[in-house]
Structure formats: structure tokens, C-alpha cells
Write a protein that binds this ligand. Structure first.
Ligand SMILES: *[C@@H]1O[C@H](CO)[C@@H](O)[C@H](O)[C@H]1NC(C)=O
Ligand SMILES: *[C@@H]1O[C@H](CO)[C@@H](O)[C@H](O)[C@H]1NC(C)=O
Ligand SMILES: *[C@@H]1O[C@H](CO)[C@@H](O)[C@H](O)[C@H]1NC(C)=O
Ligand SMILES: *[C@@H]1O[C@H](CO)[C@@H](O)[C@H](O)[C@H]1NC(C)=O
Ligand SMILES: *[C@@H]1O[C@H](CO)[C@@H](O)[C@H](O)[C@H]1NC(C)=O
Ligand SMILES: *[C@@H]1O[C@H](CO)[C@@H](O)[C@H](O)[C@H]1NC(C)=O
Ligand SMILES: *[C@@H]1O[C@H](CO)[C@@H](O)[C@H](O)[C@H]1NC(C)=O
Ligand SMILES: *[C@@H]1O[C@H](CO)[C@@H](O)[C@H](O)[C@H]1NC(C)=O
Ligand SMILES: *[C@@H]1O[C@H](CO)[C@@H](O)[C@H](O)[C@H]1NC(C)=O
Ligand SMILES: *[C@@H]1O[C@H](CO)[C@@H](O)[C@H](O)[C@H]1NC(C)=O
Ligand SMILES: *[C@@H]1O[C@H](CO)[C@@H](O)[C@H](O)[C@H]1NC(C)=O
Ligand SMILES: *[C@@H]1O[C@H](CO)[C@@H](O)[C@H](O)[C@H]1NC(C)=O
Length: 659
């Protein structure tokens, strides 16, 4: 009797009762709820065309928890994440997505979703990460998103969104990241964002925002990156914003901001790494304390109305960072240079190219040795090259760009025109010499290990990312190659030779970024294929050269190697071999000795530690992805940076565990 019905004890004992009750509830729920999720997913799939066939697994014979891109919670079998990143999906986002009420993560980045983001996402009250970047979404950011109170990350960058940033987002107290760059958003940055005490990244680069940067943002004590360049923001920057100790990037270039900078900026912003203030109406003195900003890696205050002197360790200041040669702090005469290089003697010659010869030298004004690049003015184009280099390097500074000490424009002893650029001297010479020591008649024993190469790849990517995306005016290098990457005493890489560089103004549509009318000659093997046809300089062109450089670094083969002819080039040679035939393409000095000496076969490949192998394959894949024939298919430098950091982290972690 007692078994057929619940006993009184069962009903009154709180724990037992609760158990009984919950169990019943669950059973009921799972039948209907399972259907809800499955139906919602099928509706979602309806609106999408799917060239890779990833929806093939979304069929009756598999439980929906096992469909590609779906993860369910283990206990309740409800969909908790929907991840279909970079799958070439084309279509709209179904409002039924709002029925997946257990969703915590949506990642549909790098597809071609169009139409509006449905208001029904507001029903996803467990949602934490909402990643829709790099699609073609239109319309406004849905107001109802502000009902997702658990949201930590909103990624909507590189879409076609219009309208305002909803002030209601200010109620999402858990928000850490708001990424809205490259859209068509208008209106003001809402003051309510000042409520988001956990916010670390606010990025709205390249929109049409106006009004001022709200004072309330100064209350955000966790902020690390504020990136609002390329808008129509005006007015002053509230002093409170210069008071956020954690701030590492302050990027406000290309706006209509004015006012002056607080003099104690480096004490209030001790962690500042990137300071991009170019192309605004800032005035007043350049803060002296900048010379004490120890973490500063990138600095640009060009095209403003600043007065006074730049701290002596930041030779980057050009009042609109006056004619060019006049305003570099360090004045160097022909005589200084002549004496400092023993009369431009052959023993001091460290390199020569079409437009110039480079000498090692010493100057009385500078403690460390310098590299003096003397332009060969008889060569057509040399003056242009001098201007290009002074203009691009004179206004910027970055840890991975060769530092311009000063420019000298004068007359030599025969009263001929004389122009020279003076750089910091790089003790370890060019990457070219390290990669191909025999060819250069160098000591054959020196060779770079994997970590050194990884670091150099990161250094160069970091410089290009800065030139392309973080300067006031984007700069296209146009001639990236191993001989233009110089290594300092600590083996940190610095990109040099800006003789062909092009400066561009930011305009709000940077999908295929602009343009020059002169032909780009570049260097055979490294110059992007489209330059030959269009002669148009672009970020994508630099990315191509970068890709080739990475392939060369890890395969030790030049793009101009004799074996590359008749349709075979370094890019498709590597691409065809990946990932299986790694040993046939990788630089053998990067492999453990016993493997490098073996015949290259698949068994040997297996022997290479998974970690090493994974790292090499990932690096070569980046080289391949950057050197795609079509400019549109290449990666951008921001993504390259992210990937490289991940590869390095993985490599180091596993290596440490292994030892
Ligand atoms: C999603 O929920 C709405 C509102 O409850 C309902 O009308 C709709 O039919 C649901 N969609 C699916 C696919 O079950
Ligand atoms: C369902 O998907 C699975 C996994 O992709 C596949 O093996 C199977 O053939 C599919 N079944 C049907 C009927 O399409
Ligand atoms: C998913 O597939 C695995 C392996 O085929 C199977 O063990 C599991 O039961 C499936 N999950 C569901 C929810 O059907
Ligand atoms: C998609 O884009 C993001 C950011 O732009 C990038 O980090 C990610 O690697 C890309 N993923 C794919 C699969 O293309
Ligand atoms: C956008 O997505 C495409 C397709 O996945 C990818 O190739 C491209 O690199 C992405 N671009 C950005 C800026 O993330
Ligand atoms: C949007 O939110 C409002 C309440 O703020 C609610 O009444 C409405 O139903 C929501 N719309 C959708 C489509 O979920
Ligand atoms: C995005 O917006 C631009 C400019 O408004 C327009 O030219 C382009 O066609 C739009 N793209 C899509 C997919 O809506
Ligand atoms: C957020 O900030 C705004 C304006 O700064 C304020 O009016 C509002 O009460 C704050 N709180 C919430 C939850 O939005
Ligand atoms: C900056 O912070 C200091 C110390 O917390 C405070 O005394 C000062 O008033 C703040 N200044 C501004 C402009 O917020
Ligand atoms: C800044 O510009 C605004 C107009 O946008 C003007 O009213 C204000 O006087 C300017 N302030 C300074 C300090 O230049
Ligand atoms: C830089 O820091 C040093 C030591 O803290 C200090 O003596 C000096 O005054 C600072 N310079 C400037 C310009 O603030
Ligand atoms: C590129 O090369 C062509 C001939 O090869 C030359 O006529 C032209 O001036 C060069 N252009 C530049 C910008 O150096």
C-alpha cells in the first residue's frame, strides 16, 4: 500500500518532497522543451543558405544536441551554445532564435548574415556572449538586447548597422566588451555607458558618431581600451578619462576633438601603451610627462594645433608630429654626418639599395650608434622616397618600427643637394641575413630558433597592424620583405624602409582600403599580384607581402627560388603540402635533429612532437591565408595578431608542461 502512493512522510519531508517535485517537472519539461529547441533550430536553418553543407548533420537521424555547431547542457539537454563562425552562411537571423532560452553563447561571426538582428534576442536572458561581427547586418542594434542581463560581450563590428547606440545598454551591468567598429552608427555615445563598471573594451572606431565623449566614461575604472577614432566626435575629453589607471589604449584619432592634454598624463595613465590623437584640433603644450610613459609603444599626435616641444625621447612631433625638415628636435649638419661616418667610408657601409646607401655612424648628440641613410639624389624617385619616409616615420612611433632620429636636408661639401635620414642602429642586422646566411657570405652557424621566428612574426605583424589600423592616417608600407626587417640587440624586430610608403586619410568605408594613383613597384616575389594590374596601394597588398615573409621564415625558401615557375609559387607549394607533408616544406633546422636527417615520410612526420607540429602548421597556415591570390580573401593584421598570440601562448604552455 505504502508503495503505490506517496506516503505522508514523502509528502511532508521537505527534501524528499522537493526531489519528487523537481523530478516530475523535469520529465514534463524535457519532452516539450526538447521540441522547442529543435523546432527553433530548424526555423533558424530555414533562412540560411549553406555552401559548405554544415547543415547536413541537422537531420532527424541525429539528436539536435549532436548537430554541427550546437552544444547542449549535459543535464538538461538544452542548447547552450550556437557557434557557426566563418562558414560562408548567407541569410537572415530567424526571430525563432529567441526560443532557445538556455543559450549562453551565440557566435555567427565572419558570415554573410543580412537583414536586421531580431528583437527576440531579448528573450535570451541567459545570454553571455553575443558575437555577430563581420556580417552584413543592417538596421539598428535591437533595444531588447538590453533585457539580456547576463551579457558580457557584444561583438557587432564590421556590419552595416545604423541608428544609435541604445542608451539601454547601460543597464547591462556585466558587460565587459562592446565592439562596434566599422558600422554606420550615428548619434552620441550614451552617457549611461558610464554605469558599466566591468567594461574593459569600448570600441566604436569608424562610425558616424557625434557629440562628445561622455564624462561619465571616466568613472569606468576597469577600462583598458577606448577606441573611437574615425568619427565626428567633438568637444573636449573630460579630465576624468585621463584618470583611469588601467587604460592601455586611448585611440581618438580623426575626430573633431579639441582642448588640451593634462600635463601629468603619464602619472595618471601609467599603463598607457597606445596613444592615438592624430587629426583633431587639440591645442596647448605637448605634455612633458610623456617622456616618463614607460609602457608607451605607439604615439601619434600629428595634425593638431599643439605648441611647444616634444619630450626629447619622442622625436615624433610635427606641428601642422611647419615644413618638415625644420622641426625635428635634433639638428644634424652635413659635417656632423660626414665626421660621424669617417667621411661615409666603405668600412661603415652597411647596406645599399636603389635610392640610397646606409652607413653606421656616431653623432655627438646621440649616445648610441646610428644608421645614416644617404639618398642617392641622382636616382629618379629618390626625393619622393625621402619625403615618403620622413612623412610616414616622422609622425609615428612604435616598438616595432625603426625609430627615426632625425632628417637632414642640406648641401654637401661640393654644394650639391644632400638628404639623409638618421635612424637608430640595429645591432643584429636584417632578417634577410639571418634567414639566408650563406647567400650573404655570413657566418653559417647563426640560425633563428622557432621561438625567435615566432616573436619576429609577431613584431612585424604588430608594426603593420599599427600602421594600418591605429595611426591617425593609415600608412601602407608597400615594400615589406626580410631585408627591410631589422633586428636590434635583443632580437626585437623593427620594420624599416618606408621609401615607398603611402599615407591615406581615413574615410568611413575601409572595406577595401584606399588608394594611390602612382604605380607601386615593390619587390618581385613580395609584391601583391594585384599591384601589377591596378597599381593601387592597399592594406591587403601589405598583408600579401607579410604572408610571403612568414612562409619564407618557416620554410627557408625565397619566393624567387628557381623551383617556383610555371604556376608553382611559394604560396601554393606550401598550401598543397599542408598539413600532412609538413616535413617536405618546413625549414629543417626547426626540427629535432633526428627527424631532420631522416627521409621525409609520413612516419617521420608523426614523430615530430604534436606541439611543434601544430605550431609550424599554424604559422604556415597564416602565411598561406595572408598571401591568397584574391585581396578580399586575405586576413587582416588585427586577426593575424590575435592568432599569433594564441599560437605562441599554446606553444609556450605545452612546452612548459612537457619539460
Ligand atoms: C517560438 O516562440 C514563439 C512565441 O512563444 C512561438 O510563437 C513560436 O512558434 C516559437 N517557434 C518555434 C519554432 O517553436
Ligand atoms: C544526418 O547527418 C549525419 C551526420 O552528418 C549523416 O551521417 C547522415 O547521413 C545524415 N542523414 C540523413 C538522412 O541525411
Ligand atoms: C551524440 O552522439 C554520441 C556519439 O554518437 C552519443 O553517444 C550521444 O548519445 C548523442 N547525444 C544525444 C543527445 O543523442
Ligand atoms: C573571424 O573574425 C574574427 C575577428 O575578426 C577572428 O578573430 C576570427 O579568427 C575569424 N574566424 C574565422 C573562422 O574566420
Ligand atoms: C570576415 O569573414 C571572412 C569569411 O570568413 C573572412 O575571410 C575575413 O577574414 C573576415 N574579416 C574580418 C575583418 O574579420
Ligand atoms: C521587447 O521588449 C519589450 C519589453 O521591453 C517586450 O514587450 C517585447 O515583447 C519585446 N519584443 C520581442 C520581440 O521580444
Ligand atoms: C552596406 O552599406 C553600404 C553603404 O551604406 C552599402 O553600399 C552596401 O550595399 C551595404 N551592404 C549591405 C550588404 O547591406
Ligand atoms: C545609468 O546612467 C544614467 C545616466 O548616466 C542614469 O540616469 C541611470 O540611472 C543609470 N543606471 C542605469 C541602471 O541605467
Ligand atoms: C583623478 O583621481 C584623483 C585620485 O583618485 C582625484 O583626486 C582627482 O579628483 C581625479 N581627477 C579627475 C579629473 O577626475
Ligand atoms: C572646442 O570646440 C567647441 C565646438 O565644438 C567650442 O565650443 C569650444 O570653445 C572649443 N574649446 C576649445 C578649448 O577649443
Ligand atoms: C619623470 O620622472 C622622474 C622620476 O620619477 C621625475 O624626476 C621627473 O620630474 C619626471 N619628468 C617629467 C617631465 O615629469
Ligand atoms: C616603377 O618602375 C617603372 C619601370 O620599371 C618606372 O618607370 C616607374 O617610375 C617606377 N615607379 C616608381 C613609383 O618608382
Amino acid at each position: 500500500m505504502a508503495f503505490s502512493k506517496p506516503s505522508f512522510y514523502t509528502l511532508v519531508h521537505p527534501q524528499v518532497f522537493l526531489f519528487f517535485f523537481i523530478n516530475l517537472g523535469c520529465l514534463q519539461a524535457s519532452a516539450s522543451v526538447r521540441e522547442t529547441d529543435e523546432l527553433a533550430l530548424l526555423e533558424f536553418k530555414q533562412g540560411i543558405s549553406d555552401p559548405h553543407g554544415i547543415f547536413n548533420s541537422w537531420n532527424d537521424s541525429l539528436h539536435f544536441c549532436n548537430w554541427t555547431g550546437i552544444t547542449c547542457g549535459r543535464r538538461h539537454q538544452r542548447v547552450i551554445s550556437l557557434v557557426l563562425e566563418g562558414q560562408n552562411l548567407f541569410g537572415s537571423i530567424s526571430p525563432h532564435i529567441g526560443n532557445l532560452s538556455f543559450l549562453r553563447l551565440i557566435n555567427l561571426q565572419n558570415n554573410t548574415f543580412h537583414g536586421e538582428i531580431p528583437q527576440q534576442v531579448g528573450k535570451l536572458f541567459r545570454l553571455q556572449e553575443f558575437l555577430l561581427g563581420n556580417n552584413s547586418l543592417q538596421g539598428e542594434i535591437p533595444l531588447n538586447l538590453s533585457r539580456c542581463s547576463q551579457l558580457k560581450m557584444i561583438y557587432l563590428q564590421s556590419n552595416n548597422l545604423t541608428g544609435k547606440i541604445p542608451a539601454e545598454l547601460g543597464s547591462l551591468m556585466k558587460l565587459e566588451i562592446i565592439e562596434l567598429r566599422y558600422n554606420y552608427l550615428t548619434g552620441e555615445i550614451p552617457r549611461s555607458l558610464g554605469n558599466l563598471s566591468s567594461l574593459t573594451i569600448f570600441s566604436a572606431l569608424n562610425n558616424n558618431l557625434e557629440g562628445s565623449i561622455p564624462n561619465e566614461m571616466g568613472q569606468l575604472k576597469s577600462l583598458k581600451h577606448v577606441i573611437v577614432g574615425g568619427n565626428r566626435l567633438s568637444g573636449i575629453i573630460s579630465p576624468s578619462l585621463f584618470n583611469i589607471t588601467s587604460l592601455s589604449t586611448l585611440g581618438v584619432a580623426s575626430n573633431q576633438l579639441n582642448g588640451s592634454l593634462p600635463d601629468n598624463i603619464c602619472f595618471t595613465l601609467p599603463n598607457l601603451q597606445t596613444f592615438a590623437f592624430g587629426e583633431n584640433y587639440f591645442s596647448g603644450p605637448v605634455p612633458n610627462s610623456l617622456s616618463n610613459a614607460s609602457h608607451l609603444e605607439a604615439f601619434d599626435i600629428s595634425d593638431n594645433n599643439f605648441v611647444g616641444q616634444v619630450p626629447s625621447n619622442l622625436e615624433i612631433y610635427r606641428p601642422s608630429v611647419a615644413p618638415l625638415e625644420m622641426n625635428h628636435l635634433l639638428k644634424v649638419s652635413y659635417k656632423d654626418l660626414y665626421q660621424g661616418t669617417d667621411g661615409f667610408s666603405c668600412s661603415n657601409l652597411i647596406g645599399s639599395g636603389g635610392f640610397s646607401s646606409v652607413y653606421k655612424g656616431f653623432l655627438p648628440q646621440v649616445q648610441t650608434p646610428v644608421a645614416v641613410k644617404v639618398l642617392n639624389l641622382e636616382q629618379t624617385g629618390a626625393i619622393k622616397s625621402f619625403m615618403a619616409e620622413c612623412n610616414s616615420l616622422g609622425n609615428i612611433r612604435h616598438r616595432n618600427l625603426v625609430k627615426l632620429v632625425t632628417c637632414c636636408s642640406s648641401l654637401d661639401y661640393k654644394t650639391n643637394a644632400f638628404k639623409a635620414l638618421i635612424f637608430e642602429y640595429m645591432g643584429n642586422g636584417s632578417l634577410e641575413k639571418w634567414l639566408h646566411p650563406c647567400a650573404e657570405g655570413e657566418n653559417q652557424k647563426r640560425s633563428l630558433n622557432l621561438l625567435q621566428r615566432l616573436n619576429i612574426a609577431i613584431d612585424v605583424a604588430s608594426a603593420l597592424h599599427y600602421l594600418h589600423d591605429l595611426c591617425g592616417k593609415p600608412i601602407i608600407h608597400c615594400d615589406l620583405k626580410p631585408s627591410n626587417v631589422l633586428l636590434d640587440d635583443e632580437m626585437v624586430a623593427h620594420v624599416s624602409d618606408f621609401g615607398l610608403a603611402k599615407l591615406f586619410s581615413i574615410n568611413s568605408n575601409l572595406s577595401l582600403s584606399q588608394i594611390s594613383t602612382t604605380r607601386i613597384n615593390g619587390t618581385v616575389g613580395y609584391v601583391a599580384p594585384e599591384y601589377g594590374m591596378s597599381g593601387i596601394a592597399s592594406k591587403e597588398g601589405d598583408v600579401y607581402s607579410y604572408g610571403i615573409l612568414v612562409l619564407e621564415m618557416f620554410s627557408e625558401r625565397r619566393p624567387t627560388d628557381e623551383m617556383f615557375k610555371e604556376g608553382i609559387n611559394l604560396h601554393n607549394f606550401v598550401k598543397a603540402a599542408l598539413p600532412k607533408r609538413l616535413l617536405q616544406i618546413v625549414d629543417p633546422t626547426l626540427l629535432p635533429k633526428e627527424i631532420a636527417n631522416e627521409e621525409c615520410d609520413d612516419d617521420a612526420t608523426m614523430e615530430v612532437t604534436t606541439n611543434l607540429r601544430q605550431c609550424l602548421v599554424s604559422m604556415l597556415e597564416i602565411g598561406v591565408a595572408c598571401s591568397m591570390e584574391s585581396p578580399m580573401e586575405r586576413m587582416n593584421m588585427a586577426d593575424v595578431m590575435n592568432k599569433l598570440h594564441l599560437i605562441k601562448k599554446t606553444f609556450l604552455n605545452i612546452q612548459m608542461e612537457g619539460d
